[in-house]
Design a protein around this ligand. Structure first.
Ligand code: ADP
Ligand code: MG
Length: 358
């Protein structure tokens, strides 16, 4: 982070607005001296002033930290680099934050010997039992299993909504199991995309506003927000409903909008819990097609919990859970989706057969 460069950039943006140092100071409730100190690189604006300063100067926080305008085509790479710096220099970088979102190494997510025991009214439930697996970047991993087999619990552990009783979960090589509670929300916003029933769209915002809200966390320059949303909306076939409220659109459109919200920040991984659960088969297919498009065109990595065979047949790897354990793994080879569908049915029948043995 180059304080001199940032100072010069603040001065440049201020002059562009035609303001004096004291006029800018006034708008922020500060003296011209404070502004002068920033502009000469003697001090940095306080973190709490960033949002209002950026909005006054019409720049993004990343541009402020970079000390220059960031061309749109470089936005992604720059964003990551700048965010890293902000995090390390300003927020006292905890280990788990020191990652590069753009760097996709072989396993984006590692679940290592993870267990979860719920204790309620003197009764212990082993909901997740010593589960280990990795997720490759760009893959579409499915988790199947009967109701009560531990799928949602596992997903919530990965989502940092819940903490494992044992084991470790790593995202891009950094442990996410010891993220303090007060930082977990931020981690989720920046690194994860959710298509969960409980994380539905906000009813008092339009679909457009719902998607835009997710984007605010990435600090994309305001003039690019609209374009980013429209591009994605076109691909997800929801342009016509952008100005509608969630309750005014169909279930399929709502779920695709939720996908747009989850994907628009380009998260490391999109977590979906029974995303097709409430959809008719046409809408379900469309949603699953959407996931595939997000992988193809955005390099998205998706982890989906489902008990639906049709949904699972879109995945390229399926983990079968039973009583909190991964009982079987199925990889889609070169076969067609129809053949994979048949294989999944076989595997389920085999697992139910196993059930009978015990
Ligand atoms: P699935 O999503 O596969 O249906 P869950 O992960 O929701 O399964 O549940 C796994 C097991 O853990 C079940 O036996 C369930 O009753 C139990 N369980 C889930 N959440 C809690 C909780 N908050 N407190 C106690 N038990 C729970
Ligand atoms: Mg569940």
């Amino acid at each position: 982070m180059d304080q001199m460069k940032i100072g010069a950039f603040i001065a440049e943006c201020r002059k562009k607005k035609g303001w004096t140092q004291s006029q800018l100071g006034e708008k922020l409730g500060l003296t011209d001296k404070a502004v002068s100190k920033w502009e000469t690189g003697r001090s940095m604006p306080d973190l709490s002033l960033f949002p209002s300063l950026c909005s006054l100067l019409e720049i993004s926080i990343n541009e402020l930290m970079a000390g220059e305008y960031i061309p749109e085509e470089q936005l992604r790479a720059k964003t990551d680099a700048v965010l890293m710096e902000v995090i390390t220099n300003w927020l006292g970088g905890d280990k788990w934050e020191l990652k590069e979102t753009g760097l996709k190494e072989e396993s984006i997510l590692k679940v290592l010997n993870v267990s979860k025991i719920y204790e309620a009214e003197n009764r212990k439930t082993l909901a997740v039992d010593d589960v280990s697996f990795g997720v490759q970047p760009g893959s579409f991993l499915g988790i199947m299993g009967k109701s009560g087999s531990g799928k949602s619990t596992l997903l919530n552990l990965i989502a940092t909504i819940d903490k494992p009783t044992g084991g470790k979960i790593e995202m891009n090589g950094h442990s996410i199991t010891d993220i303090p509670e007060n930082q977990a929300a931020r981690f989720r916003r920046e690194h994860l995309g959710f298509v969960f029933q409980e994380y539905n769209l906000l009813d008092n915002l339009t679909i457009y506003e719902n998607i835009a809200l997710a984007l605010t966390v990435k600090e994309i320059p305001r003039e690019n927000v609209k374009q980013t949303i429209f591009e994605l909306a076109e691909k997800l076939d929801i342009v016509s409903v952008l100005n509608k409220y969630p309750y005014e659109v169909s279930g399929g459109q709502r779920q695709r909008s939720a996908c747009a919200r989850a994907a628009v920040t380009r998260p490391d991984i999109i977590l979906a819990d029974e995303p097709t659960g409430a959809l008719d088969s046409h809408s379900a297919r469309q949603l699953l097609g959407t996931f595939n498009m997000l992988r193809r065109e955005y390099g998205a990595t998706i982890l989906m919990v489902t008990h639906d065979v049709l949904s699972a047949s879109y995945c390229d790897r399926i983990l079968f859970m039973q009583d909190g354990k991964i009982k079987a793994v199925l990889d889609r080879e070169q076969e067609s989706r129809q053949d994979f569908f048949a294989k999944i049915l076989d595997k389920i029948a085999w697992m139910e057969g196993e059930d009978n043995v015990f």
